[in-house]
Ligand binder design. Structure first.
Ligand SMILES: [Zn+2]
Length: 331
């Protein structure tokens, strides 16, 4: 009886390779060259009558710092990566903003790392507007850009590489609490040197006079545009915001960065990533949101979930687990 082993399979493959060197009786066709690049990354689904287009901004991969998870030893984090077949010491971070068409408004929620990061990352990030265009969504037609919080991977895409506006005909709606915090010079002067100070500087770079002219703040607990309600989910940043998109009897929770990558932080809600500004508050928020998602059986759209970043969640161990939705050939 033939057993399935990796070695058997490889020897079959070697035999097949040898067979192709035999003379062919039919005329030889030109070989099709490999495409050598990925297909456009977008996915579409509906929430009631609202159409959602997830257009990926790409992925970044980098070596994890010792304190990437501030309250957990790196070998424990590596064991969690091994559990999901991911490489040790390496962090893989997807970025997935969305566009929503409510019928009356074309809106974008978060903007990705920006066109300028396309070159810097050798094309692995900064893809949002090109993927959006591939999906037939013109950045010039966007009416509203909704921002969840003021980290560069959500904000920098407000500007193109030449600092012109990515969506020149849009209004930019931002969380009042977040705007107040990051634009406050007193908060900036008290900020710890390094990453937080750098974020204050980046916020001021992106919010140039052209951007500021179009900024409008929104409040938690209210509709940002019809069908999209803002919910305060602080901790990751002081004004961090999530959204419920609802239409008819259907709803999806856009969690922004309530958790970072699900394979670490949905499964381990008590782990504090270094980019959670207030780890304790972020953890409490995470548990509240995920308990609600489980109880309501509500789908979640997660910015740092693997593309297309739409999933169900369930309780798992002392945390939760994401179950990606199945790809739908029609919408
Ligand atoms: Zn983020």
């Amino acid at each position: 009886m033939t057993t399935f082993t990796r070695r058997n399979l490889l020897s079959v493959a070697a035999g097949a390779a040898a067979a192709t060197t035999m003379p062919l009786s039919r005329p030889v066709r030109a070989a099709t060259p490999p495409a050598g690049k990925q297909a456009a990354g977008w996915y579409r689904y509906k929430i009631g009558s609202i159409e959602v287009t997830v257009a990926t901004d790409g992925v970044s991969r980098f070596k994890m710092a010792e304190d990437h998870v501030t309250n957990i030893k790196k070998d424990v984090v590596n064991a969690a990566l091994a559990e999901v077949f991911m490489e040790k010491d390496m962090m893989t971070t997807p970025y997935n903003p969305i566009a929503i068409n409510t019928g009356s408004k074309l809106a974008v929620i978060d903007t990705g790392t920006g066109e300028s990061s396309y070159k810097k990352s050798n094309g692995t990030a900064g893809q949002f507007v090109t993927n959006l265009a591939s999906a037939g969504v013109d950045r010039n037609a966007v009416d509203v850009v909704i921002i969840s919080h003021y980290h560069g991977d959500h904000l920098n895409g407000l500007l193109m590489d030449d600092n012109s506006l990515t969506s020149p005909n849009a209004e930019f709606v931002v969380p009042a609490v977040e705007h107040q915090f990051w634009m406050d010079d007193g908060e900036m002067s008290r900020a710890p040197k390094g990453r937080i100070e750098g974020n204050f500087k980046n916020v001021r770079r992106v919010f140039n006079s052209e951007v500021l002219k179009r900024v409008k703040t929104y409040e938690w607990g209210k509709e940002v545009i019809p069908g999209v309600t803002a919910q305060g989910t602080p901790g990751h940043t002081p004004g961090h915001t999530s959204f419920v998109i609802a239409s008819g009897s259907d709803a999806v929770y856009v969690q922004s960065d309530v958790t970072h990558v699900p394979f670490l932080f949905v499964r381990h809600p008590d782990w504090h990533a270094f980019y959670d500004q207030d780890g304790g508050t972020a953890e409490a928020t995470r548990r509240k949101v995920y308990d609600m998602l489980v109880a309501d059986r509500m789908r979640v759209q997660g910015f740092h979930y693997p593309f297309p970043s739409l999933a169900h969640v369930e309780k798992y161990g002392s945390g939760y687990r994401e179950i990606p939705v199945i790809w739908n050939p029609a919408i």
